[in-house]
Design a protein around this ligand. Structure first.
Ligand SMILES: Cc1ncc(C[n+]2csc(CCOP(=O)(O)OP(=O)(O)O)c2C)c(N)n1
Ligand SMILES: [Mg+2]
Length: 280
């Protein structure tokens, strides 16, 4: 039986805090996990699943649903936490993450309720999103498709092919979110392949652009709810984030990218999250 986790009167901040807490627990398991990018996108995921997306965990295949694609599929632990909190499967299932027999693996697959496409090889989500948005148009459905991209992922040329296609097809039901945490696997994106001014780049490709604080879930929800922002143009929200946001000893550091927390590090992380929650 599916256990519904959504709690009445929940704030988006509270949901994001629970997502981070589940991620910390999963990253202490045998598989470890991509904590940094899951933490930078936790507020985005909370806003999407608990305010924006028209999805029903009881009807995950409803043709009229909105779609969400985690193009940066390595942040799977964040997605699993959000899906479990939303009620697509039980929160208890998260303890099986990365263990033999579990469907919750290091990268998401379609066997997991709520996962629209398997992702993990970077650079494909936006093109897939174009396909979903086009299919909705042909079927005369007014659903929207949201795609979450990493900022390092933007170095993949296929992202820009998709950006060109979306603009030329006038796919204004397509919304991209860039998790602009400034870090990729091995260091700073601006040191490796500069992308600024990022808003201008997207604008020049024909997209409507907003450049915002990625750790304000209510603000994020307002922007995403309002898309499309310009008729006939796809929308991209550049969400300014911090990789590992929420854990002082990892935040803003490449070391947060992938972690396998020891019992001691796990206890420290739990304490840090608790302190953050109780002191704001
Ligand atoms: C095509 C491809 N190349 C390389 C990788 C390995 N890889 C996994 S995560 C990552 C860094 C991604 O950085 P970013 O997109 O900024 O993600 P975030 O900072 O949100 O974790 C890389 C290179 C991959 N998954 N796919
Ligand atoms: Mg990044």
């Amino acid at each position: 039986m599916t256990v519904l986790q959504e709690q009445e009167g929940d704030t988006l901040d509270a949901v994001a805090a629970r997502i981070r807490s589940h991620v910390v627990d999963m990253c202490a398991g045998p598989e470890g996990g991509h904590l940094g990018g899951a933490f930078s996108s936790a507020d985005i995921l909370a806003a999407l699943y608990f305010s924006v997306l028209n999805v029903d965990p009881q009807r995950p295949d409803d043709p009229a649903r909105d779609r969400f694609l985690l193009s940066k599929g390595h942040a799977a632990v964040g997605l699993y936490a959000a899906l479990a909190e939303k009620g697509f499967f039980s929160v208890g299932e998260l303890t099986g993450y990365g263990r033999p027999g579990s469907r919750l693996m290091g990268h998401p697959v379609r066997a997991v309720p709520g996962v629209e496409m398997p992702t993990g090889s970077l650079g494909h989500g936006l093109a897939l999103g174009c396909g979903f948005a086009l299919a909705d148009r042909y079927a005369a459905r007014d659903a929207r498709t949201f795609v979450l991209l990493g900022d390092g992922e933007l170095q993949e040329g296929s992202v820009w092919e998709a950006a060109i296609a979306a603009a030329s097809l006038r796919l204004d039901r397509l919304v991209a979110v860039v998790d602009r945490n400034g870090l990729q696997l091995t260091g700073e994106t601006e040191g490796i392949a500069p992308m600024e001014p990022m808003a201008e780049r997207w604008r020049s490709f024909g997209w409507a652009v907003r450049d915002v604080d990625g750790h304000d879930p209510d603000g994020l929800a307002d922007h995403l709810d309002a898309a499309p922002w310009e008729p006939g143009r796809p929308s991209v929200l550049i969400a300014r984030t911090v990789k590992g946001q929420g854990l002082p000893f990892l935040a803003g550091s490449s070391a947060s990218h992938y972690v396998n927390l020891s019992p001691r590090a796990h206890a420290r992380a739990v304490r840090a999250l608790h302190t953050r929650e109780t002191t704001g």
